[in-house]
Design a protein around this ligand. Structure first.
Ligand code: AMP
Length: 382
């Protein structure tokens, strides 16, 4: 196992061995240069190597594995050739969308296999011999394997995305079982925001002499997100939130709550007061979640009240504010939440409402961050 930390070198998409069709699709996205993780991971992946990438959402890691995935397909209708495992439905649909848009001139049409939706249409899609790419969450994929509706013995390219999150969610045994259905002779890419010992174990068990790649600074959050916090009585938080929203011109905000119940209550309150708010939590069906996110992305609603289900991976441009109504559990969750704003080079503000009872916990998070989180005064009139 080579354990190298590499510096980012000057690269361009044009100098990589990428087909014209994919080059055109990349150009259509408006991407001019590869992101650091793309510059590091793609050459190895395009060359058929196993790669472990230390990369967070927002780093461009999806395309880093999606482009080599598209290039790895041989175009023959001979069953599933590539499998992408992700921890959540949202990430699955984002990865599938990215694969579709990057393969628009040689359409790949990935099949998404996630829980929370009917299994019938998935089974039907899998029957088609032209299904070459599957993207999904471990539970539902295992379900298909056990039903015999999915075969992975032709997989040559495998991606484990947000591997640390999959472990956190208890998917490690499922991932192991799924991988045992794939041939040993395959290429594997693993992406993770952190590299705990369990991930290294996973790499040892499932990968062949991978290249370890990390980029020096990939946190999109640090430079472009203005981070502030307000101390207050916990009971004043709703009032503070309203004051913050009202003080901005056309804000687009994601407001994080810790529990479904808390999110539901706040959403109801905001709606009652005439705000265009939407609600996202893990108890909603997949179609409801997709609809909610679509409405928010398109500007039909301007405030999304959400639990941590929205903290990772969601890529919605134009989010001007992330509000931690409830404190995040830890620094990692904080960083993921605030990474939902300041996407694609835009600016954003991350606001944390710190109740008196939360001061000590917030101090811990604040001290562990590489940047200053400024204390500020609320624009409170009420
Ligand atoms: P990801 O980390 O994969 O969730 O990607 C974050 C965002 O970066 C997505 O909106 C991508 O469309 C965008 N992106 C990916 N690669 C590039 C690139 N080379 N240049 C500009 N934006 C990119």
């Amino acid at each position: 196992m080579t354990d190298t930390i590499q510096e980012v070198q000057e690269t361009s998409f044009a100098t990589m061995p990428i087909s014209d069709k994919v080059q055109r699709a990349v150009a259509d996205q408006g991407w001019e240069v590869p992101t650091p993780i793309q510059a590091l991971a793609m050459p190895g992946l395009l060359d058929g190597d196993d790669v472990v990438g230390l990369a967070q959402t927002g780093s461009g890691k999806t395309a880093a594995f999606a482009i080599p995935l598209i290039e790895s397909l041989d175009g023959k209708p001979r069953g599933v050739q590539a499998l992408v495992l992700v921890p959540t439905r949202e990430l699955a649909s984002q990865a599938a969308t990215e694969i579709s848009s990057l393969s628009k001139y040689n359409p790949v049409r990935p099949v998404v296999l996630c829980g929370g939706v009917g299994i019938g249409p998935q089974i039907k899609a899998l029957k088609s011999r032209s299904t070459s790419v599957v993207v999904g969450t471990p539970g539902r994929i295992l379900d298909h394997l056990q039903r015999g509706t999915l075969r992975l013995n032709g997989v040559r390219y495998l991606v484990l995305d947000e591997a640390d999150r999959m472990l956190d969610m208890g998917f490690a045994p499922d991932v192991g079982r799924i991988l045992s259905h794939t041939p040993d002779e395959r290429q594997t890419a693993l992406f993770s925001a952190t590299m705990p010992g369990e991930i290294r174990g996973m790499v040892k068990r499932h990968m062949r002499s991978p290249r370890y790649l990390t980029v020096k600074s990939e946190a999109p959050t640090v430079d472009t997100v203005e981070q502030v916090y307000y101390r207050m009585d916990g009971r004043d938080k709703t009032r503070a939130l309203r004051a913050l929203i009202d003080a901005e011109k056309d804000p687009v905000a994601i407001v994080f709550r810790r529990t479904k119940h808390g999110a539901t209550k706040l959403h109801r309150q905001l709606e009652r007061e005439g705000y265009k708010a939407a609600l996202l939590h893990g108890g909603k069906s997949q179609s409801q979640r997709t609809k909610t996110l679509e409405g928010f992305s398109r500007g039909r609603t301007s405030i999304l009240v959400a639990t941590n289900v929205a903290s990772r991976g969601l890529d919605i441009p134009n989010v001007s504010h992330v509000v931690n109504y409830d404190l995040p559990e830890d620094t990692e969750t904080y960083v993921h939440r605030i990474g939902r704003t300041a996407r694609a080079g835009k600016e954003g503000v991350a606001v944390t409402l710190v109740g008196e009872a939360e001061v000590r916990d917030f101090e811990k998070i604040r001290r562990s961050l590489p940047v200053e989180v400024r204390q500020s005064k609320l624009p409170l009139s009420a």
